[in-house]
Design a protein around this ligand. Structure first.
Ligand code: SF4
Length: 363
């Protein structure tokens, strides 16, 4: 049972901290344009502020409003997104921009329900846009907010359980300052990011310490509680960079996965690490058919960590003696591939190659 007096204390002290101590500076702070808030929130999902900032600025410059984004070419937007990862965010941005442009002439939705109906927008982002742009009374609940609430009120229910999500969402909504939802939401997020941090929270100087349950019970480090431990899947990608004269084979990934709409070289995927010689012997003849080829070099292993999986990739350069028929692949001049968006693991390899950093082993 959470006492009303503690709730009152929490809200008042938090707002006091916001007025007197909060000096967190963010370029989109105080922003009222729902398009810009939406863009910044989508970029910041699974991305650190320092990394996302440059992307945000580039997007705003090139696509200053919904209409300009809606009219952009897919590949140009993916190229701009390159390096941020989680490309479904980019696909959803484009899809939502286009539906806003066609359904309401570019006018951003101004109710919580209609904002929530946009592709890729969850409860957190909808609350952020609704409160920051339109002053609507919807409390944001992200990891920062859950951590502050779990610690201050001593909530041990897992934040990723269905019951836990409901309790945190209800409590956040009760605590919200209905007269200034934008200010309150910003305050609690900033407080979680700068004071009640995941590691080394500033309890000694904290404005809430007098009534903080976790501090009193010695549970600061163990809160919030999480139920699931993520089991990561390992995947091994053997990429073949097949060249014929100045042409290279690439394809667009069309499957519904995190790399949908990005490009890649010829992919041979294995469930576990295999000797490259074995992969080449087993797979290449069926890829190239009767076309003669020679394997020129093999790279070191490149790694990309994703939230649910670890990708390891090896790049195999192959020279073709003729142009084979490769359904699903395009043969492009090397220079044309520069306009395409690739997954990070491929870009890292290409950058290393340009700098001469690939440790090639001759096949
Ligand atoms: S006292 Fe420590 S744990 Fe409690 S709210 Fe403040 S920073 Fe967080």
């Amino acid at each position: 049972m959470i006492q009303k007096t503690n709730q009152l204390f929490f809200r008042e002290q938090l707002l006091l901290w916001n007025r007197t101590e909060n000096d967190r500076d963010m370029p989109w702070k105080g922003e009222k344009d729902p398009y810009k808030i939406w863009l910044s929130e989508i970029i910041l999902q699974q991305t650190r502020v320092d990394q996302g900032l440059a992307y945000y600025k580039r997007f705003i410059k090139k696509y200053p409003d919904v209409k300009s984004l809606a009219e952009a070419e897919d590949q140009a937007v993916f190229k701009m997104w390159e390096g941020l990862g989680y490309y479904s965010r980019c696909r959803n941005l484009l899809a939502s921009a286009r539906s806003i442009a066609s359904d309401s002439g570019g006018e951003f939705p101004d109710t919580y329900e209609n904002i929530l109906a946009l592709k890729g927008v969850g409860a957190y982002t909808a609350s952020a846009i609704a409160s920051f742009a339109f002053g609507l009374p919807h409390a944001v609940v992200d990891g920062n907010v859950q951590r502050v609430l779990a610690r201050f009120f001593g909530l041990e229910i897992p934040i990723d359980s269905t019951a836990g999500k409901k309790i945190f969402a209800e409590l956040a909504q009760q605590l919200l300052d209905k007269h200034d939802p934008a200010g309150y939401n910003q305050a609690i997020m900033d407080f979680g990011a700068t004071v009640c941090k995941p590691q080394l929270p500033l309890c000694v100087s904290c404005i809430l310490k007098e009534k903080c349950d976790a501090l009193a019970t010695g549970n600061v480090a163990s809160l919030p509680v999480k139920k699931k431990k993520l089991q990561k899947k390992d995947r091994w990608f053997y990429y073949v960079i097949a060249e014929y004269k100045t042409k290279i084979f690439v394809r667009e990934r069309t499957g519904k996965d995190i790399w949908q709409s990005l490009h890649e070289f010829i992919l041979m995927e294995e469930e576990r690490e295999m000797p490259v010689e074995q992969v080449v012997k087993k797979r290449l003849p069926s890829i190239f058919g009767s076309t003669a080829y020679s394997v020129e070099s093999v790279s070191q292993v490149y790694k990309q960590l994703l939230s649910h999986q670890t990708i390891r990739a090896v790049f195999i350069r192959v020279k073709l003696k003729a142009l084979p028929v490769m359904p699903g692949y395009q043969s492009l001049a090397g220079i044309e591939t520069g306009k395409l968006a690739f997954p990070r693991v491929i870009n890292t390899y290409l950058e290393d190659e340009q700098r001469g950093n690939v440790q090639l082993s001759v096949f």
